[in-house]
Write a protein that binds this ligand. Structure first.
Ligand SMILES: [Fe+2]
Ligand SMILES: [Fe+2]
Length: 356
């Protein structure tokens, strides 16, 4: 079943925008011209970008929408500031509005915000603040991964906002609850990056870092694997062991991510270091540059420990997530490659992660 059914007309940009958004969601597109009174719209979420001034079309839409058994989200695209269109959209049952014109990355972001957490999908383990932090975090990941593929720009203000939301949620509710929320809604690299963001923030919080440093850690977690946006899915999602050649491609995500971010002048050097060096080990056995202890900054060391831990507690289709204490033992066994004192400091954070 697609994430979204889109009803679009041949208005400016509608199809082009939807084809871009298609990279992020499974979208079934229906052209409004093909709709007729006998059309049965499926249940689920809808995106509607049609001329709401077209009376005949609006009345067929109204019939079709009222005939649906259950209403999901209904996201309507309306020209910015056109009051009549907004009123019409709400009259048809819109739950969210997207103002036009809108760029592809912003559209993907708006849709993901509207769709990430639907009422009824959340359980009581997810607080409103946690849900919002997740929507923000996932929205940022979608937009930065899109930017890494050449669609739109990385919005550092949005990234900062999402990092604050993650840091707030971790401070208020703890890492364990964040993990449960993330794992219910996300998988793959997004799950991983959200867990690293939350884990790094929890680590910083536990170490008594300043609030701004905790947020910086959350940002580092969200950004660290941005280079994976350019690693083919068949390698990223491969269930069996990677070949040497595939491993080389996978490992290139560090350099790719660094290259993507270093084209900008406003990404702090410490974040560039995290993206490039989060797989380096103190004994020089890591990649891509084989750095040794003295060359690896503190922020990177913290992210590396969290990154290893997050990979172990992740829920994947082919592997059971490890409980925190078991994952911690594995991290602990890596002293020599990871900083001993930091591993010790990480223990309480890891132990707070209960068995899934
Ligand atoms: Fe990585
Ligand atoms: Fe990672």
């Amino acid at each position: 079943m697609p994430d979204l059914l889109a009803i679009v007309d041949d208005g400016p940009g509608a199809k082009q925008l939807m084809s871009v958004a298609r990279s992020y969601f499974t979208i079934e597109i229906v052209e409004s011209a093909t709709l007729c009174d006998a059309t049965d719209l499926p249940d689920g979420d809808l995106y509607v970008d049609v001329d709401l001034g077209d009376g005949a079309l609006v009345s067929s839409l109204r019939r079709m929408l009222t005939a649906r058994r259950s209403n999901g989200r209904m996201i309507f695209a309306v020209p910015r500031g056109v009051h009549a269109a907004m009123v019409q959209a709400y009259a048809l049952g819109a739950t969210d509005l997207v103002p036009l014109p809108i760029g592809p990355a912003q559209l993907a972001q708006r849709l993901s915000t509207a769709l990430s957490l639907l009422p009824g999908n959340s359980t009581d383990a997810t607080s409103a603040a946690g849900a919002q932090a997740l929507v923000d975090g996932a929205g940022v990941l979608r937009s930065i991964f899109a930017a890494a593929r050449g669609v739109g720009q990385i919005d550092l203000a949005f990234l900062g906002h999402a990092s604050q939301a993650v840091a707030d949620t971790i401070a208020d509710e703890g890492f364990g609850r964040w993990i449960a929320t993330v794992q219910r809604h996300h998988h793959g690299t997004f799950q991983h990056s959200l867990l690293v963001a939350g884990g790094a923030a929890a680590f910083g919080h536990h170490l008594g870092m300043r609030r701004s440093d905790v947020e910086r850690l959350a940002t580092a977690g969200l950004l660290h694997d941005i280079g994976k946006a350019r690693v083919p899915l068949e390698i990223l999602d491969k269930v069996t062991r990677l070949t040497e050649a595939e491993m080389a491609v996978m490992r290139s995500h560090t350099v790719i991510g660094h290259d993507i971010l270093s084209t900008r002048s406003d990404v702090p050097a410490e974040l560039l270091d995290v993206v490039r060096h989060h797989h380096e080990y103190l004994d020089g056995s890591g990649y891509p540059d084989g750095l040794t202890a003295a060359e690896i900054p503190d922020l990177v060391r913290v992210v590396t420990i969290t990154d290893v831990f997050a990979a172990l507690i992740e829920r994947r289709s082919y592997k059971r997530p490890l409980p925190g204490p078991v994952a911690f033992e594995i991290v602990h066994g890596m002293s020599g490659r990871l900083e001993e004192a930091l591993i010790r400091a990480f223990r309480p954070v890891a132990m707070s992660v209960s068995a899934p």
